[in-house]
Design a protein around this ligand. Sequence first.
Ligand SMILES: Nc1nc2c(ncn2[C@@H]2O[C@H](COP(=O)(O)OP(=O)(O)OP(=O)(O)O)[C@@H](O)[C@H]2O)c(=O)[nH]1
Ligand SMILES: [Mg+2]
Ligand SMILES: [Zn+2]
Length: 379
Amino acid sequence: MKGEVDYTTEELLGTVVAVQANFYKVQLVQEYGKMREMREMREIREMRGQNPPHLPHPPHPPILLCTRRTRLKKIGQQVMVGDRVVVEEPDWAGGRGAIADVLPRETQLDRPPIANTNQILLVFAVADPPLEPYQLSRFLVKAESTDLDVILYLNKSDLVSPQEQQQISDRLLAWGYQPLFISVQNQINIDQVAKYLNNKITVIAGPSGVGKSSLINALIPNANLRVGEVSGKLARGRHTTRHVELFELPGGGLLADTPGFNQPDLDCAPEELVYYFPEARKRLVDASCRFSDCLHRDEPDCVVRGDWERYQHYLEFLDEAIARQTQLNQQADPESTLKLKTKGKGQSQYEPKLESKKYRRVSRRTQLQALQDLYKDEE
Ligand SMILES: Nc1nc2c(ncn2[C@@H]2O[C@H](COP(=O)(O)OP(=O)(O)OP(=O)(O)O)[C@@H](O)[C@H]2O)c(=O)[nH]1
Ligand SMILES: [Mg+2]
Ligand SMILES: [Zn+2]
């Protein structure tokens, strides 16, 4: 048998790109070394004297429709979009396989369920729908409250003059951002976008109608996402995008479209809020406020309070955060905790995971919650 592939022990690594009922669409890793987990997996198996995972041979389809092994079901191991998985017993002719193992997650969102996201790409339009600074600010703060990298793209640059672009750019620079102006329609800076997404799992977010699905279609011609018209007098989009699927980028990397919505909920702790404003964060690098628990309102010797454009947003979001905290404290009786736990079906199963060792940082839980809420499809 030497030199021949033993198909009964053949194992492959891949990423779950979609979940449909009890089937998982798994995009197989095509090249050794492309994925850190692939190397780790090989080392572990070599140490145990087991066969290293194989790579599919070139004529094989890169995507297999997989079931989940009974063993995983028994131990309650969920499989979600974005998971890195070990696939056994590939049936190349039928395009089928079975998921035998799930590698540890680096991040996990429950709404929508996506694991291992690296960065969040915020898309806004410069016009149609109009760029609303307050709304942009909310999205930015929400995105900052995750520990994912935040990239800001401004689409539909074809609709405004270079002078207007410069004004927007100057303004956002003062906020601590350098947006990239793009136009899906006129193919402006789409190559740049592709470069930023290489070999990462990226989630696109932004209000409805700004061109998120259009951008994905431009980057991945065979994604074929539905693109909606900006509807009615309000120039709001129609929430065309409904489910989560990761699409493979031609240059490597995966991209998820998410439903657009118009106002994300802010739910961070009042004392954390200031760190989600880069321009305020900067002020706290070189100096500190007199009080370590300063909320930067009217406390004496505060280095944050001052003449910066979004300070008003800060104060407003702070009020919201305080009101929210007060409300949560009032609800903090054992009965309401119980109710929370038995809400929605899958959620209770994910809960222990969020508290496991993988999520070492205390703030991780808050961060994940923040990102999850970012994708809540508010009508
Ligand atoms: N002028 C102009 N229009 C664009 C551009 N990109 C997209 N559009 C149009 O904007 C509209 C909305 O695009 P979508 O891609 O559906 O927007 P979306 O962000 O996915 O919207 P939701 O799925 O509702 O969140 C469509 O009519 C697109 O043709 C662009 O660069 N310039
Ligand atoms: Mg869309
Ligand atoms: Zn202060």
